[in-house]
Design a protein around this ligand. Structure first.
Ligand code: KG4
Ligand code: ZN
Length: 339
């Protein structure tokens, strides 16, 4: 069956076609970064309006790429939460309307479940069970994943998410939006020694995180005097190192506690090279293995939503129907069940 996936929870419009027999047939993403850049962050109303503009052209592009027609679509999966209410509504109403017109089921999908399952789309997918480290702009969570829908929350950020900390710290250092990739680039020019930042909650004995103090420590260092570019790069290096060290240490501790050897990393911060290096090194030292989604599927995309919808349909999920639908701007992942 050909499943159409639609992602519109924040500032990326993602459309993809996943074939339950042949795998991913096509996917396309439009990022709104350039549009939001001048405001220094996502403007929700602009995001919603842009999703409206992008969905149809992206759908046509992906259909052409897959050599398919609308009539070939057997089901439509869309992100129904968590995310920006207006942006979610665009995807949800588009999906439900198209599903009604085509006479196929529409399936609401949890955005984080999409991220969580995205490494299964890679050429060398992990087997269940595994520990998942979800590191996005809105979430930092460690979960034990027993199978599709079996998610046990082990710990999470008590304040800023890892991506949020990257973005805010980048802003403090005068880098543009979105800050994560820009900060990572600056950090590549820096090195250790000049600054020492805290490793928040490294030894707290649980699986929770806190990143807002780190951001404040950067602010304090940056305010003491005007930093040169070389100093800013060193500060960025140290910030990235602190985040990577805490994330890697807690992920390894979670593997130990669960008695598992497979770690799956998902979400935008999972694209960070230094974090990957650390995780890979720590895992290899303990006979463990880390699985990542393909780099282009780390940040928001429609492929993970199409795949998640397909897995749910194959597991016997019952889509709604009758054109009624709901979005869930706030939606804890551990409320999901396998059914
Ligand atoms: O998963 P995602 O695309 O969107 C959410 O669902 O939040 O993650 C976006 C987040 C942003 O905070 C962005 O700055 C961060 O991921 N990010 C990075 C990198 N690439 C994206 N953070 C650090 N290093 C990167 N290379
Ligand atoms: Zn995301």
């Amino acid at each position: 069956m050909l499943v159409l996936g639609l992602e519109s929870s924040c500032d990326e419009t993602g459309v993809a076609l996943y074939d339950t027999g042949k795998g991913l047939r096509g996917h396309a993403v439009h990022s709104q970064v350039a549009m939001h850049e001048e405001y220094g962050g996502v403007v929700p109303e602009l995001a919603s309006r842009d999703h409206i503009r992008r969905l149809i052209p992206l759908l046509e592009k992906v259909l052409a790429e897959a050599g398919a027609h609308k009539g070939d679509i057997g089901a439509i999966a869309y992100t129904s939460g968590p995310g920006l209410a207006g942006a979610l509504l665009v995807g949800a109403s588009f999906a439900e309307a198209l599903a009604a017109a085509l006479g196929v089921p529409a399936l609401p999908v949890h955005h984080l479940e999409g991220h969580l399952l995205s490494p299964l789309l890679s050429r060398d997918p992990p087997e269940f069970p595994f520990v998942a480290l979800l590191v996005s702009g809105g979430h930092t969570q460690l979960m034990r994943v027993g199978g599709v829908g079996a998610y046990e929350l082990l710990g999470e950020s008590l304040d800023d998410a890892a991506g949020e900390a990257f973005d805010k710290t980048a802003k403090l250092l005068g880098l543009g939006y979105p800050g994560g990739p820009a900060l990572a680039r600056l950090a590549m020019q820096g090195g250790p020694g000049r600054f020492r930042l805290p490793r928040p909650m490294l030894n707290s004995g649980d699986f929770d995180f806190s990143f807002s103090g780190l951001k404040t420590a950067v602010l304090t260092a940056a305010r003491e005097r005007a930093l040169t570019n070389a100093e800013k790069a060193d500060l960025a290096w140290e910030f990235q190192e602190a985040v990577a060290e805490v994330l890697a240490a807690k992920a390894m501790a979670a593997l130990r506690q669960c008695g598992l050897t497979r770690l799956v990393v998902a979400g935008g911060v999972g694209a960070n090279r230094r974090l990957r290096e650390r995780l890979d090194a720590d895992a290899a030292a303990g006979g463990r293995r880390v699985f990542y989604p393909e780099l282009e599927l780390c940040t928001d995309n429609g492929a993970m939503i199409a795949f998640c919808g397909a897995r749910r349909l194959m597991a016997g999920a019952h889509p709604g129907g009758g054109g009624a639908f709901a979005i869930r701007p706030r939606w804890p992942l551990n409320e999901l069940t396998a059914g």
